[in-house]
Ligand binder design. Sequence first.
Ligand code: PHE
Length: 344
Amino acid sequence: MEALLQRIEALKTEISSFVAAKADDTEAFRIKYLGTKGLVKEVMGEMKNVPVERKKEFGQLLNEFKLFAEAKYGELQTVTDATQTNAENSTFDWSLPGDPLREGSRHPISLVRNQVVSIFQRLGFAVAEGPEIEDDWHNFTALNMPENHTARDMQDTFYISQNPDWILRTHTSSVQVREMEKGKLPIRIICPGRVYRNETISARAHCFFHQVEGLYIAENVSFADLKQTLYFFVQEMFGKDFKVRFRPSYFPFTEPSAEMDISCLICGGTGCNVCKHTGWVEILGCGMVHPNLLENCGIDSNKYTGFAFGMGIERITMLKYQIKDLRLFSENDVRFLKQFSAAT
Ligand code: PHE
C-alpha cells in the first residue's frame, strides 16, 4: 500500500505546479487528471486492492485527492477565463499612434557650464571637483585669508552649526587648494560647481549660485598668458561683437589681481539695468596666484608661478541669453526652462 501512498503524493506535487496560460492548457489538465481515462479515476480504481481493514483510511485519502485535483482545475479555469475575456472584450485600439514623449530641455545653467568647460578643455584644462561642505582651511586660510582677515567679509558665509570649522563653500577656489595640495605639477584645471553665500535674494543675487574657477600653475606662467586665455574664452563664448577691458582689483589669493568687464550685451553699451547704466558688465575675477598660496600648499614659489580666475555661471548665462532676473534660474517654471535647447 506504500506504493499507492507515494503515487498520490507525487501526483499532488505534479498538480500543484501545473500552470495554464490559456484555456487549452486548462482543458489539457482536465483530460489528464479528471477525464474518464484520467489519472484520478485510475488511482481511485486502486481501492479494490486495498485490504478491508484499511479501506476507510484510503477511502478518505483518495477522496481528498480527488477534491484537490478538482479545486486546482477550478483555479486554472478562473485564470484562463479571465485572460480570454480580457483579450476578447478589450476595446483598446492597438493601431492608435503612441503618446509622444515630451522631450525635456537642459537647464540654461548646465548648458552654459558645459560650454565653458568645453572651451577650457580645448585649451588643455581638466575638470576638478570637490565637496560643497568645506572646512575653513580650504575655503579661506589656505587662500591667504587667515582668521579675522577682513577679506572674509567679501563673501558672506553660511556656517554649519554642528562644527564651527565647517562651512558651505563660498567659491570653488577651495577645489584649487585641494588640487595644489596633491602636489602634482604642472596644474591646469577648471572647477565648476555650486557655491553658497548669505546674500539677500534679488534679481542680481542669490544665496546659491554656480561658478567655474580656473587655475594654471607651471614654470614661467605670466600675466600675458592669463590675458590671452581669457580673451580666447570670451571670444569663444560671446563672439566678437563686444569690447573687453581689464580693471585692477583686489583678491587676497592673487597678486596682481584684476576683473574683466565686457561691454553690455543687453544694451550694447548704451546703459541699462543689467550694466547699472555704465555700459560695462563685470564677468570674472582673476590674477596671478599669490606666492603665499603656493607655499601654503607645499609648492616652491621661486620655481612656479600661476594664474587663477573665477566667474559666475549665472552672470554669463544672463548675458548670453539676455535674462534680466537671476531668480528665474531656480524657480523651475517650465515656460522659462523649455525655451532652451535639449542639446548638451
Ligand atoms: N574666488 C573668487 C570669487 O569667488 C574669484 C576669483 C578666483 C578671483 C580666482 C580671482 C582669482 O569671488
